[in-house]
Design a protein around this ligand. Structure first.
Ligand code: CAA
Length: 380
């Protein structure tokens, strides 16, 4: 087995690491505190090609593989998971969905601007009463011949306020169940489309999460992605890839917290020596390092599956399930290693601990990952 990264992958990893240190670290605590969207940083990430990493260069993308995207997500998330979720949603859910299933006109009209970061996108599936149970959504897209009329509410939408393009999944024919669902491209400013208030969140506070209201929004038929009734499969397939990005985010949060804990333990003295010399701390670091390495192998394997056209539903769900648990466990322990300082914002680990929690919730909770995994293994 060859686990060596290519020259190109190493270069991208280094570029993401430098960007995170130089551009994301300054002000990350203040942005979290004030719930401030990283506007300048997102613009720069667009210039660096981070917002359309896997998109074909013909559509303004960087034309890279999933592993390069995962390496980037990992590095950005070590420092700022609010910034990395913006990257993840734009790459995995919006650009990938449009590039894979959109038609030529849709790609020309939307994909290039999204891939270059000129605009950003949002993926709208969750609803007040349908987060995990995605087929039970209430938003409707009624077929009126040359257009759909969209009505309903979507919740917890990442990039909800800042996006220009929204992929909205809605029910056209309830009798057909999941086969009656469509995905529509909705533009900010369409009549009847309102953006609700920003959520005040536990973590990833720099990212922009809103509810969205659709009141008789007229969406042209040409804005439907795929055939009539393709919306649910679109959502499932897109989320399957999205989960690899979130798994990489979880991995980065864990690795970032571990690095901080290790450095702190090598400097902080108690009982006459650096605390890393006490087994109570050294064993914590050993556990963290081992679990992060295991998570990393799972995340890279899922990316490798995707890059090699191997079904990644299972490996992606397992990677997300495991990496998000490691993110939670590692960040809690990193706070513990820091003692009282860990409870203080200046040391970053408390923020990483708050950020870790969302990786067990969005793009499918841990319980949803177990449904996907168990169905997959029991089918064999
Ligand atoms: N690829 C292709 N097709 C798939 C698929 C996949 N990965 N998963 C399911 N499907 C298909 C099935 O084959 C089936 O089609 P057929 O009937 O033609 O065979 C159809 O979809 C329905 O599948 P299920 O019967 O398995 O559907 P279900 O209702 O039992 O739901 C579920 C399955 C896994 C629980 C699904 O509802 C799910 O993933 N829920 C979680 C949704 C989610 O992740 N929400 C997060 C919101 S987005 C977000 O967080 C973004 C953000 O802002 C960061």
């Amino acid at each position: 087995m060859d686990f060596t990264l290519s020259e190109e992958q190493l270069m991208i990893q280094q570029a993401a690491r430098d960007f995170a240190q130089n551009e994301l670290l300054p002000g990350v605590i203040e942005r979290d505190d004030a719930q401030k969207f990283p506007t300048e940083q997102v613009k720069k990430m667009g210039e660096l090609g981070f917002l359309g990493m896997m998109v074909d260069p013909d559509y303004g993308g960087s034309g890279l593989d999933t592993l390069s995207y995962v390496l980037t997500m990992e590095e950005l998330s070590k420092i700022d998971a609010s910034a990395s979720v913006i990257v993840s949603v734009n790459n995995s859910l919006v650009c990938w969905g449009l590039e894979t299933y959109g038609n030529e006109e849709q790609k020309k009209k939307y994909l290039t601007r999204l891939a270059t970061g000129e605009i950003i996108g949002a993926f709208c599936l969750s609803e007040p009463e349908a987060g995990s149970d995605a087929t039970s959504q209430k938003t409707t897209a009624i077929d009126m011949g040359d257009h759909y009329v969209l009505n309903g509410t979507k919740n917890w939408i990442t990039n909800g306020g800042t996006a220009s393009v929204y992929l909205v999944i809605a029910q056209t024919d309830r009798e057909k169940g999941h086969k009656g669902i469509n995905v529509l491209i909705v533009e900010k400013g369409m009549e009847g489309f309102e953006i609700g208030p920003k959520e005040n969140k536990l973590g990833i506070r720099g990212s922009d999460t809103h509810s969205l209201n659709f009141n008789d929004v007229k969406v042209p038929k040409e804005n439907r992605i795929g055939d009539d009734g393709f919306g649910f499969k679109f959502a499932m397939k897109t989320l399957a890839g999205g989960r690899i990005g979130i798994a990489a985010q979880a991995l980065g949060i864990a690795a970032g917290a571990y690095e901080l804990a290790k450095n702190y333990a090598k400097q902080r003295k108690a009982f006459g020596t650096e605390i890393a010399n006490h087994q109570a701390i050294a064993f914590k670091l050993a556990d963290m390092h081992t679990q992060i390495e295991a998570a990393r192998l799972m995340v890279y394997k899922a990316a490798w599956d995707k890059d090699n056209d191997i079904n990644y539903d299972l490996s992606g769900a397992m990677a997300k399930l495991y990496a998000s648990q490691v993110a939670m466990d590692t960040t809690i322990e990193a706070v513990q290693v820091h003692g009282g300082n860990g409870f203080v914002k200046d040391y970053h680990v408390e923020r990483l601990m708050r950020d870790a929690k969302i990786t067990q919730i969005y793009e499918g909770t841990s319980e949803i990952q177990k449904i996907v995994i168990s169905r997959s293994i029991l089918r064999d």
